[in-house]
Design a binder for this molecule. Structure first.
Ligand code: ZN
Length: 307
């Protein structure tokens, strides 16, 4: 085996020999407000948890270091990660954990946690590159009583150099919008260079995305108006992963408020890609619609910044 591997084995033995860290006390005792926020987030309504018992899966929550806290240099997981970073295994893809619960925690109890390095196994050839699996064990206690434990495993790998860029993605693979009798007018419009907004012929309300029934007056008599295609960026995101068929990443996707419908309630907003560098983009930027012809059947709207 290589010199790097020998060093990793040696360093692993050293960190393992440190054993369990000293217990680190949770910032706060188990509390009902934090339990309630967690229940809301996962839509759990078990009445036991609104009355002083903590869901066991919250074990790790109580000892999180917080936004500004750190695990400290003596933490075995940090040490193992640093060792692998310096050997070139800099990337993390998946993690998995197995938790074991001994009993329910109760409001008012203050938990402590210890960490121990179980193993660093490798090198393994994985789909993303060569890597090592790091396993640590956390044990949560109240006083000396063990209440929960967790085996945590993470793959640290050496990213493969990127393949040279090909001549571009195969655009015939682009995911196509679903077309039906409610949306056909919109896609017929994009092929003609028109950004069409559905309009209720009964009450005049504008709406997007299009649908069969007016949400306000429930009429099914629908038409459309053609927008100028000018608007401002209301919000946007930059999509880096996962890969999208037929697309080159990153893709910037913006929600645009159309200028003439800004007063409409609800305002009419459109989602589409934006051309150019996302680094230069800001909320409020003026844009105008342009057309991205994929093939004879499909033309997608795309925003062009006009600043
Ligand atoms: Zn209507």
């Amino acid at each position: 085996m290589s010199e790097t591997h020998d060093r990793i084995v040696q360093e692993t033995e050293r960190i393992k020999a440190l054993g369990e860290t000293a217990p680190r006390l949770a910032r706060d005792p188990v509390s009902q407000p934090i339990i309630n926020a967690w229940l809301d987030a996962i839509e759990e309504t078990d009445p036991r948890f609104t009355d002083g018992l903590a869901p066991p899966a919250m074990a790790q929550v109580w000892t999180m270091p917080g936004l500004r806290g750190t695990r400290g240099a003596e933490d075995p997981l940090s040490q193992a990660m640093e060792m692998l970073d310096s050997a070139g295994f800099t990337s993390v893809l998946g993690t998995n954990c197995d938790q074991t619960y001994e009993r329910y925690l109760r409001v008012g109890e203050q938990v402590s946690v210890t960490t121990q390095l179980e193993d660093v196994a490798g090198p393994k050839q994985t789909g993303v590159g060569e890597g090592y699996f790091v396993s640590t064990r956390n044990v949560w206690r109240v006083g000396d009583e063990v209440v929960a434990s967790m085996l945590f495993r993470v793959l640290k790998f050496k990213p493969r150099p990127r393949a040279p860029k090909s001549e571009g993605p195969d655009r015939s693979k682009i995911i196509r919008p679903v077309r039906n009798q409610d949306t056909d007018f919109f896609w017929e419009g994009t092929q003609l260079g028109e950004l069409r907004v559905q309009k209720c012929n009964a009450c005049g309300e504008l709406r997007h995305p299009p649908g069969p029934v007016c949400p306000t007056c429930h009429a099914m008599d629908r038409g459309y108006v053609v927008a100028s295609g000018r608007g401002t960026i209301f919000s946007f995101l930059v999509h880096h992963a996962p890969q999208m068929p037929g697309r080159e990443l990153p893709v910037t996707i913006a929600l645009v408020e159309l200028e003439e419908f800004r007063q409409a309630q609800p305002p009419v907003r459109f989602v589409a890609d934006v051309r150019g560098n996302p680094e230069d983009l800001a909320i409020g930027d003026p844009v105008v619609v342009d057309w991205d012809k994929v093939d004879d059947e499909l033309t997608l709207p795309i925003w062009e910044v006009t600043r």
